[in-house]
Design a protein around this ligand. Structure first.
Ligand SMILES: C[S@@+](CC[C@H](N)C(=O)[O-])C[C@H]1O[C@@H](n2cnc3c(N)ncnc32)[C@H](O)[C@@H]1O
Length: 434
């Protein structure tokens, strides 16, 4: 099967800028065309079980469902779970979306937004009355599509996994509304959002403006369904999107036919910070539940108190890299950066073990992995994955490399001291489960 796979460049392209994929342009996402062609060329029969263990914005799950597969997508970040669910919304529901939006807006306009939530994380960027107007929209989304009996922040509900695609659609519109209003706090780094310098610098957006922006965002999302490329149209497979960690998947041993995923980067991209505003909408408090989530995500820039000693099973390339890193002359290499990388490799190793456990013998696991640099030391992540996978019963069947001209490293000015070139290689690694 592995030789027959059609492997296109995973880099986000025009297929990510139209249709439902454009609802939430995730900088870490791969191209819908890439996901579609690899799944379609797998030759698996309809009903085969496909998993993405780091599902992000749901590129795999959208393509896989469209091809009629039994699809499962997991991410530890609930904001990404909501976005991936929204993307599964069947285009046949399109004509109902605007009437629902009108109802939400009408009901939100009727009641003056007076209720407030103590320590509402949206108050980081907004004055309380602006936050109350946003919560009023959310409350009416919940009444219509989640629970008519009482409003509760999604962070405090235990049912994000059972959120309907429709409710997820309107939450995604709310995410976009908040992003549009606070755009001056976003920087050229897509994974960073600033906070106002003090309370007086918070946004005082009026509720009329908030409602107008929400309605424009819903309109844009509905219109995007029209220009959807054909590949995403026939959504009819069974799909489950939920919160789970890649090292603890809710699947039986030997039950998954194919895994298609892109693990978190090893360049200290903080996936929680990148979605800080979405998590604030869900009610993640910055010094509480947000901090906890951040620590759990692979790729986080936080470090734990204790780390394991790198075992030989992590492979020669990883162990050598860690030795070089620990003896690098730059500040904090031996302490913070070493710990941070060990934590990353430990989580990846445990995840590969889990992927091996859930795959059927002979099952396929296609992972998109990028190399990078720590200062001037090459982090050959694809090779490390190959060695770690091999220690976990996954043999490399095929490796396809794509050159990339620009990487996230290029936006960090301090790196220019160590390197002049910021090119990277993105590898699609196809493993066969033993
Ligand atoms: C490179 S992104 C995947 C992007 C995806 N292929 C797409 O097209 O949108 C990696 C994802 O892994 C998630 N993640 C980080 N740690 C995780 C963990 N331990 N378990 C599951 N997901 C995790 C992050 O939240 C992020 O969304």
């Amino acid at each position: 099967m592995v030789n027959k796979l059609i492997i296109q460049n995973p880099k986000r392209d025009n297929s990510a800028r139209s249709g439902r994929a454009s609802w939430y342009p995730y900088y870490a996402g791969f191209s819908p065309k890439f996901a579609h062609s690899i799944l379609e060329s797998s030759g698996l029969p309809r009903g085969a079980c496909i998993v993405d263990s780091w599902n992000g914005s749901g590129t795999t799950t959208t393509s896989s469902t469209g091809l009629g597969y039994r699809t499962y997508g997991y991410d530890l970040n609930p904001a990404m779970v909501v976005i991936a669910k929204a993307r599964l919304l069947n285009r046949r529901e399109k004509s109902s979306l605007w009437p629902i939006a009108e109802d939400i807006l009408r009901k939100s306009a009727c009641i003056e937004s007076t209720f407030t939530i103590s320590r509402d994380p949206l108050n980081t960027w907004f004055i309380p009355s602006s936050t109350a107007a946003i919560r009023n929209l959310e409350k009416n989304i919940q009444i219509l599509l989640i629970d008519s009996s009482k409003f509760n922040l999604l962070a405090n509900r235990d049912n994000i996994n059972s959120l309907s695609d429709l409710a997820a659609f309107f939450y995604t519109a709310l995410f976009r509304t908040v992003r549009t209003i606070i755009k001056k706090f976003f920087t050229s780094n897509p994974t960073w959002v600033k906070k106002p310098k003090n309370k007086a610098a918070r946004l005082r957006t009026g509720r009329e403006t908030i409602f107008t922006i929400f309605s424009a965002e819903v309109r844009l999302m509905i219109d995007a369904i029209e220009d959807e490329p054909l590949v995403q149209q026939n959504l009819d497979g069974d799909a489950h999107i939920g919160i789970a960690s890649s090292d603890f998947l809710p699947h039986q041993d030997n039950s998954v036919d194919l895994i298609l995923s892109s693990p978190p980067y090893c360049t200290r991209i903080d996936y929680a910070v990148a979605t800080m505003t979405e998590l604030a909408v869900l009610g993640y408090t910055l010094d509480g539940s947000f901090r906890e989530l951040r620590k759990k995500l692979i790729g986080t820039s936080t470090v734990p108190k204790t780390i394991p000693t790198p075992p030989p099973d992590w492979g020669a390339t990883c162990n050598m890299f860690l030795e070089q890193l620990a003896s690098h002359r730059s500040k904090a290499s031996k302490s913070y950066y070493y710990k941070n990388h060990v934590q990353y490799f430990d989580a990846i190793y445990r995840s590969l073990k889990e992927l091996h456990r859930v795959l059927i013998p002979g099952g396929l696991c296609a992972l998109v992995v990028q190399d990078s640099y720590y200062k001037d030391i090459h982090n050959n992540l694809p090779r490390m994955f190959i060695e770690m996978a091999s220690a976990n019963g996954l043999s490399l069947g095929r490796k396809t490399d794509f050159g990339m001209t620009r990487t996230m490293a290029g936006i960090n000015p301090t790196i220019k001291k160590y390197r002049k070139v910021f090119n990277a290689t993105e590898s699609v690694l196809c493993f066969i489960n033993n």
